[in-house]
Design a protein around this ligand. Sequence first.
Ligand SMILES: [Fe+2]
Ligand SMILES: [Fe+2]
Length: 407
Amino acid sequence: MAERKRILFVDDDPVLLGRLRESMADMAPVWAMVFVESGEAALEAFERSPFHAVVSDLGMPGMNGAQLLQKVMVRHPAALRFVLSGSDDRALAAGVMDLAHQVLAKPCDPAFLKSVLRRSLHLGSQVHSDHARELVARIGQLPSVPALYQEITRLLGSERATQEDLGAAVGRDMAMTAMILKLSNSAFFSLRQTVSTPAEAISILGVDLLRSLVLAHGLFSQAGGFRYPAFGLAHLWRHSVAVASAAKQVAEAQGLGRSASAEHFTAGLLHDVGVLVLASRFPEAYARVLDLGRSGGSDLESAEFHVLGVTHGEVGAYLLGLWGLPHAVVQAAAWHHQPACQDTPAFTPALGVHIADSLLSRDAEHEIFSTARLDGAYLKSLGLLERVPAWGEAIEPDPAGLRDLIG
Ligand SMILES: [Fe+2]
Ligand SMILES: [Fe+2]
């Protein structure tokens, strides 16, 4: 039987802590849970026996949640760190974003909290990511998740938030508002009416696509700094947008419905987020990866593994999982270079992104990101090989007009 995961809950309010304990009680067969009332007690509990995850309140007397997570990050980097933050701790919440894997709204719907913990704790086994976990721990601070993304995640986890609240949060960010209006008004998302507010745009694009756009846009605009001939992060953004559009077109050519096609777009947008993280956090090592790819003709993931001991697929999947993206999107990041490893042998976003990525790599602009070839044997086993020419025809570059929004 798999080892029982250990989770530590911290809240200075005994009533709230008691409620948390009650609402989590049904998980006792799977998780060993400990509940303490202060940061100091949390660190003592860690010293007695480490935890896989800590869920902490933010505003606490003495050591607050941010100070606690800072200490946990240094002393026990392998533990996942979650924060529950109430509306009065906005100022504190801003400081905790780089420290916590996820910031959740308080009061948090217990079912949502369980689902976040379940997904995060079981990611390691999904993507075989011991290396990814170690490497992410070595990065120290996590790539900083955009404030707007955290805000949207908070709203989605809260029992009271409405579509209008989501729209208002997006509306405060001009670049994001421009992007989602452009996307939802483009013929690519095939609509007749004109969309003029963020709330309407969200109802058309769906919450998952919105969150991915916010995440991708935020990560790309703040990354910067990596330079290599014919490879910059703006170039990677254009590649991501092209793969997103192409994956959606391939899904449509396959007769998949609207929400499945939108999920392909989402998965395409984020599929190479591991490249972004590795290149911006380890620029010298990543330049060696690209050198190796060029000189030895080795594909990108093999070169990454050789130099860094980890691939962008593993790192990307690990982070996207921690940030709460849907399973299919995490799988696409993990397996877009080896679709045969995905957990369901079917036409999933992992396969759609693999097809889009491989077909686009015929074009010199995309070659550097996807030297892996189309997995013909896998497509054949699914009875899909003869569809390749039709997919090739379905792809047209950047119909949503997003490629130049960054860079
Ligand atoms: Fe890739
Ligand atoms: Fe790619």
